[in-house]
Every structure is written in structure tokens, then in C-alpha cells.
Ligand binder design. Sequence first.
Ligand SMILES: [Zn+2]
Length: 311
Amino acid sequence: MAEKTRGKAKRIIIAAVAAALLIAAVFGLWYIIDGDGVFSGLENTLQSSGSSAADLEGIGITCLDVGQGDCSFIVCDGRTMLIDAGESVYSERVIGYLRSVGVKKLDYVVCSHFHSDHIGSMSAVIDEFTPSTVIMPSVPPELIPDTAAYGSLIRSVDDCGAGIITPLPGDSFELGGAQVVTVGPVNELTDNHNDLSLVMKIKYGKRSFLFTGDAEEREETDIVNSGADIRSDVLKVGHHGSSSSSSPGFLSAISPVYCIISVGAGNDYGHPHEAVLNALSSFTDKIYRTDICGNVYLYSDGESITVKLDK
Ligand SMILES: [Zn+2]
């Protein structure tokens, strides 16, 4: 090759490399700021590392598609927690998922409240993964449910010998490097089980995640009036997107950037309600529904948040 041609080729290569680096930098920056749909949530992180939940650095959250119900798995620096477990018909799906990410024993299990769409599979989960601690709301004696789901849950908790905690607002514990703070219920004077839902905020680095069970407007208002800091990047939307929840003052105090709605396709309740979708959309367009997206995976290193969807 002549010297002149070689010099020209060299310049072209340098220009191409520079362009590639620029594209990579821009793409990388976008990826870090908002990697929705591109990156890898918890499952990919685990698979790419070829290891298990115990080896994950950072916080990973999977909102499992359990139809019309709730089930969220959280792992942080190797510590594990399951919030709710869906109806009993989903027990194999929940247990299968936990096994697939390497869980052998859960550290914490949280029953947000005692309706079967939240605790139906919890008995089977507890039997399989023998949690060290079970967290549940305090319920007045006259409201203790007379249901098969509750009976099975209590039998399994007794059998596995887990410690039981009924946290009060302001109570907190550590999950790896994350802090889990209870912010509700503030007031137990209600006969509505939904308004006895445990509402918990998970803080990890600069990021935060709020899980609200099926808390309705009354409990939401109590929490706002309590002055608790509920501002959160991620909101697991209350009560499957029912208009009896997600009241304006509550959403304003949270100011969510990402919203996840756990909801069954074609459910009898019309969840999520249009009014709630509209209210959420005034905060963000990052609204993910399990009936449309399947499992929703989030991962954070304490700075950025990335989301992956099953579909
Ligand atoms: Zn529910």
C-alpha cells in the first residue's frame, strides 16, 4: 500500500474509532440514566454472573406476575425478602421463580395484609424457604380472618419457628445495605383489612422504593399526615390500581418516577382504574403493569435504576 493511501486509511480508522467511542459514551450515559427495555434486571444480572441471588451486589426487585394479586421479591447484597405471595394457585410459579434465582432460604417474609390475593401462596412459600422472620400487620382480635389462607399461613409460621414481627410506624431493619422502614398503618382503628396494610419504604443509596399493599385512601391520608418521608423513586402502586387508593395527596408526597401495578388481565374489578392511570401519568410515563409486561425487574446500585420487562 502506498504511503499516502496508508495515511488516509489510518485517518479513516481513527475517525471511525472516535465516532464509535462517542456513540458508546452517549449510549452508555443514556443507559445509565434510563435503561428501560435495554438492560438487564435482576434475572439477567444473576444469569450473566452465573451465580445466585446471594452474590448480587446492589438491590434487585422482581414484581412477579401472579395475576390479580401481589408478590415482590427483593434481594439486597445477598439478603432476601418476599413481600406477599399471590393466590394459592400461583404457589408453584412463586416457588419456581425463587428457586431459579438461587434462593434456598428467605431472610424475611412480609404479609402486607391477610387477603388471599396476597397470602394465598405464603404458606407454601414458608414451608419451602423457612424464613427467619415473618412480618405481618397487627390486627384487632375481632378482625382475625377465618379463612383457609390465614389458617394455613399461621400453621406454617408456627411449624417453621420463624420470629414474628408486627412493626410500628418508624420501625426499621436492615436488608443488606438497604434500610426497610415501616410507615403504615398509622392507625389500627378500622375494620377495613386493606387499611391495615403494612406500608414499607426501602432505601438503598440514593434510591427508594415504596410498597403499599392494598392501603386505601384512609390509610394513605394517615401516612401523609404522620409526616413520614415517603418520597420514593419507585412506587408499587396500591391495591392493584384501584381508585380507592392512590389519592392525590399521597401521590404528591411520593412523587414517583417509576410505577408498577400488579394486576390480573381482565380482572373483575376493572383494575387498574382509568383515573389512577391518569393520576400516575402526571408524574411519569414509566408505568409498568404485570398483566401487560409479565414480571417486572428492577435493579439499582444505589445511584441509577434500570428496568427490564418480561414482555
Ligand atoms: Zn390485593
